[in-house]
Structure formats: C-alpha cells, structure tokens
Design a protein around this ligand. Structure first.
Ligand SMILES: NC(=O)c1ccc[n+]([C@@H]2O[C@H](COP(=O)([O-])OP(=O)(O)OC[C@H]3O[C@@H](n4cnc5c(N)ncnc54)[C@H](OP(=O)(O)O)[C@@H]3O)[C@@H](O)[C@H]2O)c1
Length: 264
C-alpha cells in the first residue's frame, strides 16, 4: 500500500486523509498534542505527534519513515515572523533528504499573488505582501528547489459547513464590497488535492479556487442570512476586482468543481 503522510492533519487534513484512505492509501497524520493524536486514531487515521519548530522539531523522523508521499498542510499562522515558518519548513526538508519520499505536496495559498486587482493564474507574477504570504512563498521556493518532485497547491479561502470568514467579520465593516470572492469549499479542496495526489506524473503549481466569484457584498449578505447572523456592514472603499483563475486542474485532470455556486 502507498504510504502517504499529512503533516498538520487538521480541518482540511482529516477529511482529505479519510478520502484518500477510501482510495486505497495507507494514511498517517500528524498533530502537536496527544489529544490531537488520539482524535486522529479515533477517526481512523494513524496519528503521530509531530511539532515543527525553528531549530529543533520533534517526532518528524518516525512520521516520515517509509513515507512515499508527504503532504504539508501546516498554516503559517497569522501573527508570525516571516522567518519562523520558513525555518520550520527548511528544518523539515533537511529531514526529508535521503528518505523514501517520492513527492511532496505543499498546501499553499493564493495570497502569494498579492492584493492588487486583476486576473491571476499559475503563470502570473507573484507579489506577496503580508508576512504570512511572504513566508508561504519562501516555502514554495524551498520546496520546488529540492530534488524531490513536488506539487504546489494554491488554495483559495477555505470554507465549509462549519467554517466561514463571516464569523470573524461580525461587528466589523467588511472591506471592498464590490470586489470578488475567491473561496474553495472543503468538499472541492479534498477532491482536488486527491486528484493531484492520484496522478503521480503531475508536478508544478495548481490553483484550487471555485470558478464562482460572487460580489463580496452579495456573498456576505447571503451567507449571514444562511447562518442566521445580523446583516453585515460594509466600507465604501473603491472596488478592487481580483479574480484567481483555477481552471488548470480542470484542463489537466478529470477533477470538476462541485460547489460551483457559492450563493446556494
Ligand atoms: N485558512 C485558509 O483559508 C487557507 C487558505 C489557503 C491555504 N490554506 C492552507 O491550507 C492548509 C490546511 O489548512 P487547515 O485550515 O486545515 O489547517 P489547520 O487545521 O489550522 O492546521 C493543520 C494542523 O497543523 C498543525 N500544526 C500547526 N502548527 C504546527 C507546527 N508548528 N508543527 C506541527 N504541526 C503544526 C496543527 O496541529 P494541532 O491541531 O495539533 O495544533 C493543525 O491540526 C494549510 O497548509 C494552510 O496554509 C488555508
């Protein structure tokens, strides 16, 4: 059985691991605490306790032993120092050299394209502005320059039944109301990543973002109603229309976006 490890097996990693298990993969996942590890075991994923740190990581050697595919699904965190996340991934890569790992899949973010208006695809120049997006882009470069073949998946904002930015936007004025949404539903994120895992000839960069880009104001009013929340307030700043095109994965694989209308 093909051994695949999801380093940082959390909100996205758990359903992804369970889906890949149904496709015949031998899945292991990592968490930082014993409680997290037993949660993974209870859900049917072999749990390992791993913490990536700047200088000394723990648990990584046994986690990567005999792995063939490594998925890195650790977020940079909001309040980070750019170098910290980069050092953690650098530390990880130094452990991965001379192992059985044949492919690394890095779950990155569309934030690397930066905040300016325009339409972006995988060939567009990048322009990371925040510390988190700069750190993520540094890690993309580290991974693609490693001798192990890799896939970089730039995900849109993650949403799902239990996750939506509207919850953090309560009592705040939402910026750029005339701009567009670039989100990916958990269901499509799982299926899209799995499709790229399954096709072991693929490498390079893939965006994963719903092809539906509703106007932000329309989207947030709709989603607030759906969750029974008060109607949100909006700033009246000038529109920045930024659209991330993620059709490459559809062109090169049999993956299709199921959640292609974010307003229903
Ligand atoms: N949020 C978004 O909208 C968004 C957008 C684009 C891309 N992404 C990317 O999508 C991927 C999955 O996101 P997610 O929301 O599923 O992540 P998550 O659940 O927040 O985190 C995944 C796991 O990473 C582990 N982790 C965090 N820091 C770690 C460290 N220093 N060492 C070892 N493990 C660590 C955590 O373990 P514990 O639970 O044990 O702490 C957590 O369960 C990430 O790579 C993220 O960057 C997210």
């Amino acid at each position: 059985m093909h051994k695949l490890g999801i380093l940082g097996c959390g909100w996205l990693g758990i359903p992804l691991g369970l889906h890949l298990k149904t496709l015949g993969y031998d899945i292991r996942g990592s968490r930082r605490s014993k409680a997290g590890v037993s949660d993974l075991n209870d859900k049917g994923i072999n749990g390992y306790e791993v913490t990536l740190a700047k200088n000394q990581s723990s648990g990584i050697k046994s986690f990567i032993e005999k792995l063939e595919t490594l998925i890195i699904s650790i977020p940079p965190g909001r309040k980070l120092n750019e170098d910290d996340y980069t050092s953690k991934i650098q530390n990880l890569l130094s452990n991965v050299d001379s192992t059985d790992i044949k492919r690394i899949i890095f779950l990155s973010s569309i934030s690397v394209y930066g905040p300016s208006g325009g339409e972006y695809d995988e060939l567009s120049p990048i322009n990371p502005v925040t510390s988190a997006s700069k750190a993520v882009y540094n890690c993309e470069r580290l991974i693609t320059s490693s001798p192990i073949p890799s896939i970089i998946i730039r995900l849109g904002g993650l949403i799902g039944e239990d996750r939506n930015p509207i919850f953090q936007l309560q009592n705040r004025k939402i910026r750029n109301p005339k701009g567009r949404i670039n989100f990916i539903h958990q269901h499509d994120a799982v299926n899209g990543v799995a499709k790229l895992v399954l096709n072991n000839q693929l490498k390079g960069i893939f965006n994963l973002v719903s092809p539906h880009h509703p106007i932000r104001k329309e989207y947030y009013i709709n989603i607030a109603q759906r969750f029974g929340l008060p109607t949100p307030y909006f700033k009246s700043d000038p529109a920045i229309i930024r659209i991330i095109n993620a059709s490459k994965i559809v062109d090169l694989t049999s993956f299709r976006y199921d959640v292609d209308n974010l307003l229903i």
